[in-house]
Design a protein around this ligand. Structure first.
Ligand SMILES: *Cc1c(COP(=O)(O)O)cnc(C)c1O
Length: 418
């Protein structure tokens, strides 16, 4: 489905004309489509629905907006969290603790204790010592912590180096060659209820082959662990499926992914957990911005918009591409460099791009910003955090106000202090 389309020459979000949002809320603003979110969430869970006792834990880091999380909770999703802050967000959104998975390579003792007290469903362990500390924390509470071991399968996800996580030298997971011995040792800890393994080899993966290779290695490991007498009841296959950012991008279909998973895991006799992030929210959001200036440049004119790397960091971080489009295009194009106002040479959204012709004051959007967009926002240059709007049919609501830097700082809850 395409929630962002032109009607009578004006770009809409569902039934709402984008200039109406700009008038009411100002720019820049992140705009989400509720029906696109529901559609993506249901498409994913129904594609995997044939798999035995599948669970869906949305990777909160992709979009931690509470309204987004609430909508996904209504679609049957739990959460994959990587911090105490995300635990709070998931719970505020009404996600049941049992449906929360705690990933991440640097969980602090405090975060693990809070997650234990909340009664979350699964800890994904990253190293042996973490497992021992978690076991102690659980024993102190007279409990056993439900956990799986995150394994690094030594497979390159094939995407950008900064978002590939499954190579041996990456910081994530334990080396698959020593995983069975490590599992033996952790399984002897009284405070742990170890019930399987997890992996996640990276993000924006555009080819099923690396996922398939990684899952195959996990299958071999499961056989080995069972031969050593362990009860393996759950395997967490992570997230990572890519989305088309460029018109020519071709991504594996959900049906192909589901068929690959079904075929490979048929004999595993485990419940599967999925941790999709980008594929759920990525295409359901846009960043609406206004052109501040068109400045003559040495090679191309510079289209300077009011959105910056502080609203959308992916281009500056990973050279990521986000399609730029005018809200009321006149049918002509120009070649330009797209820049934000932040005082960083890297605050660019594209160099020498062919775009809809725009001039000072025009509205435009960056497409596919619903994942890792607002989630990575900062107040660098003392810029406010941009507001976020949810469109549902012909109505829209502000689901997060614009926050000035003093508001952001004063909103820091005391509970995050050590
Ligand atoms: C980031 C992350 C995900 C989600 O990745 P996507 O590419 O957004 O699907 C899932 N699991 C873990 C452990 C992650 O770090």
């Amino acid at each position: 489905m395409n929630a962002f389309d032109y009607r009578d020459g004006v770009l809409h979000a569902e039934d709402v004309a984008l200039p109406a949002i700009a008038d009411a809320v100002g720019t820049p603003v992140h705009v989400y489509s509720a029906s696109a979110l529901r559609h993506a969430a249901r498409a994913f869970s129904s594609a995997m629905g044939g798999l035995s006792s599948a669970r869906f834990a949305f990777a909160v880091k992709a979009n931690p907006n509470t309204a987004v999380l609430r909508l996904l909770a209504d679609c049957g999703y739990g959460a994959d969290i990587v911090s105490g802050g995300e635990l709070r967000r998931a719970r505020e959104a009404g996600m049941a603790p049992a449906d929360i998975v705690f990933s991440g390579v640097g969980k602090t003792d405090r975060e693990m204790a809070d997650a234990l007290d909340a009664g979350i469903g699964q800890f994904n362990l990253e190293l042996e010592e973490e497992g021992r500390v978690l076991a102690q924390l659980a024993s102190l509470r007279g409990r056993r912590a439900p956990a799986v071991l995150r394994v690094n399968p030594d497979v390159d996800g094939g995407s950008h180096a900064k978002i590939t996580t499954g190579r041996r030298e990456s910081k994530f997971g334990v080396d698959i060659t020593s995983a069975a011995d490590l599992y033996d040792r952790l399984a002897r800890c009284d405070g742990l209820e170890l019930h399987g393994v997890a992996l996640h080899i990276g993000s924006q993966i555009s080819d099923l082959a690396p996922l398939e290779a990684a899952y195959r290695r996990i299958g071999t490991l499961i056989v080995e662990l069972r031969a050593r007498g362990h009860h393996i009841t759950r395997v967490d296959l992570g997230g990572g499926l890519g989305i088309p950012y460029r018109p020519e991008d071709r991504m594996p279909s959900l049906a192909d992914y589901a068929a690959m998973v079904a075929g490979l895991t048929r004999g595993w006799d485990v419940g599967l957990t999925f941790e999709p992030g980008r594929i759920i929210t990525g295409l359901a959001g846009i960043l609406l911005t206004r052109v501040t200036w068109v400045k003559p440049g040495a090679i191309h004119p510079l289209v300077i918009v009011d959105a910056a790397m502080t609203d959308l960091a992916r281009p500056a971080l990973y050279n990521a591409y986000h399609r730029f489009a005018a809200v009321t295009p006149d049918g002509t194009t120009m070649t330009a460099t797209l820049a934000g106002p932040v005082c960083e040479t890297g605050d660019l959204f594209g160099v020498g791009r062919s775009i809809d012709r725009v001039g000072r004051g025009d509205l435009a959007v960056f497409h596919a910003t619903g994942a890792y967009g607002s989630a990575m926002a900062s107040i660098y240059n003392c810029r406010p955090l941009s507001p976020q709007v949810m469109v549902d049919g012909g109505a829209f609501t502000i689901v997060r106000d614009r926050l000035s830097p003093p508001e952001v700082l004063s909103a820091t809850p005391a509970a995050t202090a050590p």
